[in-house]
Design a binder for this molecule. Structure first.
Ligand code: GDP
Length: 441
């Protein structure tokens, strides 16, 4: 993903962060390299110009040149500008509650990854606890409906196919079915064509008026660079879109579409496709992608955040414990308390590339954490130091003492085992981040 862009930006970052003092000339040189990198990445020319001018202006201000660490200050400016380019903050889907059917209309050219994305989105929303029905309304591309049905079977989501060759009739029937069978989300895969043409747009406008979508998402192929941006513009002008799913982001070494889309169309990228598989869809986080491009992963901010709370020595001790598996329930209790000090566990998990999505929300419910704390406090210190001695009798005593149930105590013990694994991963990530930061210096 964005390998090329990341490489060129990495060079700029390394050059400038190595300097003790920075002159206007250094800044101009760095901005020049950035400009080249963006142009090579196939970013829209207008966007590049705006980016460059704004960066120069801000960077040449007194604040940077006189700051303690001008290199870092400069990189921060570039980072913030990049986040703005990518769309500022994460834009989630806006869907209605479970009592009504929310409709997501998927638009896009043939081959953009529309059908695959329909299934991915269905799997994603199903994972969020929604009841999803897929409607196969791409009746133009041969086998699109069969493909969707096969994907639906794979992810356990019902696919509505309907009769005849009129996509509007199929959509109408799908809506009736969704309502009758109490689905809360209907994802409509629509007709794609090889290129933007009037007949397709007309049909999509009629489809839009029929289903009145909560979200109309364009699926655009990241690998087509600026064409993806032009296509998005065309669809938005004719049909109106609420956001973009940028497919094949995993194969996009350049990044032109990702960096230009928001500024040119005003529409946010809501998801990116990162593999051909039904689970290959990720929410799009501008700040994470900017961090990745500049070679400073989210892991860095995680480590910073964690380090502010956990003293170095403590951290080392913890690492040692995790590595040697002597991490006990007592440490687990300490961790719960620390995590609360750091902010929500969700925000921490969200920063870890490998873990986002792997840890489900119910695993990190904050109320859960309080209950866990109660259970842990009902244990004796001896029990906390060696969880293996907690048999059935102890379990029921602990349950009674904490006002919970034996099942909940058992669940915590199981989760504790899982957490040991997860935290081992954190340690690994952290080591990686340390290396990354080291090489940046
Ligand atoms: P449609 O004509 O727009 O419905 O396109 P498809 O959904 O059939 O996708 C076209 C091709 O792109 C298929 O071979 C997909 O497997 C592939 N594809 C779709 N999304 C992604 C993605 O995010 N990453 C990768 N690597 N391939 C993708």
């Amino acid at each position: 993903m964005l390998e090329k862009l990341t490489r060129s930006f990495g060079d700029v970052v390394r050059t400038i962060s190595g300097k003790a003092t920075i002159s206007e000339k250094n800044i101009e040189e760095a901005v020049d390299s950035i400009k080249m990198a963006l142009l090579e990445a196939d970013v829209n020319l207008r966007v590049v110009r705006r980016f460059v001018n704004a960066t120069i202006e801000e960077a040449k201000g007194e604040k940077v040149l006189r700051s303690v660490d001008p290199g870092q200050q400069f990189i921060k400016i570039v980072h913030d500008r990049m986040v703005a380019l990518l769309g500022d903050s994460r834009q989630d889907l806006v869907l209605k509650g479970p009592d009504v059917v929310s409709v997501v209309l998927l638009l896009g050219l043939q081959g953009s990854g529309k059908t695959t994305s329909a299934a991915k989105l269905a799997a994603y929303l199903k994972g969020k606890g929604r009841r999803v029905l897929l409607a196969a309304c791409d009746l133009v591309r041969p086998a699109a409906a069969e493909q969707l049905q096969a994907l639906g079977a794979q992810i356990g989501v019902e696919v509505f196919r309907g009769e005849g060759t009129d996509p509007l009739a199929v959509a109408r029937a799908a809506m009736a079915r969704a309502k009758k069978e109490q689905y809360d989300t209907l994802i409509v895969d629509t007709t794609g064509r090889m290129q933007v043409d009037e007949a397709m747009m007309d049909e999509l406008v009629r489809m839009r008026d029929l289903v009145r979508p909560d979200e109309a998402l364009l699926v655009a192929d990241a690998m087509t660079g600026q064409s993806a941006v032009d296509i998005a513009k065309a669809f938005d002008e004719r049909v109106g879109i609420s956001g973009v799913i940028l497919s094949k982001f995993d194969s996009d070494a350049r990044g032109g579409a990702a960096l230009s889309l928001k500024s040119i169309t005003g529409k946010p990228i809501k998801f990116v496709g990162v593999s051909e598989r039904p689970d290959g869809l990720e929410p799009f986080y501008p700040d994470r992608v900017a961090g990745r491009i500049l070679g400073m992963g989210d892991v860095v901010s995680l480590v910073e955040k964690a380090q502010a709370t956990i003293e170095q020595a403590e951290a080392e001790e913890l690492e040692h414990k995790l590595a040697t598996e002597s991490f006990s329930l007592q440490d687990y209790l300490d961790q719960i308390r620390r995590v609360r000090k750091m902010g929500s566990l969700q925000s921490i998990v969200d920063m870890m590339p490998g873990l986002a999505g792997q840890v489900s929300e119910d695993q990190i419910d904050e109320a859960d954490m309080k209950r866990e704390e109660a259970i842990l406090l009902s244990m004796t210190r001896k029990e906390r130091l060696n969880h293996l001695i907690i048999g059935p009798t102890r379990r029921s005593r602990i349950a009674r003492g904490s006002g919970t149930s034996v099942a909940e105590v058992a669940r915590l013990l199981k989760k504790f085992e899982k957490s040991r694994l997860m935290m081992k991963k954190v340690v690994k990530n952290k080591k990686m981040a340390g290396k990354m930061m080291g090489s940046m210096r």
